[in-house]
Design a protein around this ligand. Structure first.
Ligand code: FES
Length: 180
């Protein structure tokens, strides 16, 4: 049982109502509203899901159904930073699994993929749509890191450990060097 007060600020409610207003059916606002809740609370407890349902004014069961379907919504308390390494198709062929193994060793992950310092967790991902820059990973549902190497992994982990920003990588479409 945590001591968090599950409420939205007036600004957050306004943000959610703006999403509701965009759609003919208010249930369509569930995903962005869940996202706002997860950003705020770090994960989606049953209380957070109930809060979303009450704020949109739709049945709790519907919100729960959406939250439980998608892996990007965290249904248990998780470390702050998530690294998802793609081990699908293209990434599998060019070192995705090896990058995963190296990352787990580097952060001394336990059997759940959580680092020894509790700040990072890792898991495998299915294709994330960046096959041309395989092997790659996604960081906490947002930015991608492309053409992974052990050095890049170490750099990423150290930045996350110190809560430093990881810049977006821009790989020009005509940059042939990535194909060398
Ligand atoms: S196979 Fe890894 S991004 Fe597509």
């Amino acid at each position: 049982m945590d001591n968090i007060e599950y409420t939205f600020t007036p600004a957050e409610i306004e943000q959610i109502q703006a999403h509701v207003a965009k759609y003919p059916d208010r249930r369509s606002a569930v995903m962005p509203a869940l996202w706002i809740a997860q950003e705020k609370f770090g994960w989606l407890s049953l209380d957070a899901i109930k809060l979303v349902a009450a704020t949109i004014d739709i049945p709790y069961a519907h919100v729960y159904g959406v939250a439980s379907f998608y892996t990007m919504y965290f249904k248990k308390k998780v470390p702050k930073h998530l690294i998802e390494i793609c081990t699908c198709f293209s990434c599998l062929e060019v070192g995705g699994p090896e990058m995963m193994k190296y990352l787990k060793e580097y952060i001394e992950a336990d059997e759940n993929g959580v680092s020894a310092d509790g700040k990072i967790w890792v898991r495998e991902a299915e294709c994330l749509g960046a096959c041309d820059t395989a092997p790659m990973c996604q960081i906490t549902n947002r930015r991608y890191l492309h053409n992974l190497t052990e050095e890049k992994i170490r750099d990423m982990v150290e930045k996350l450990r110190n809560d430093k920003e990881i810049p977006y990588e821009r790989i020009p479409l005509n940059d042939q060097s990535i194909l060398d």
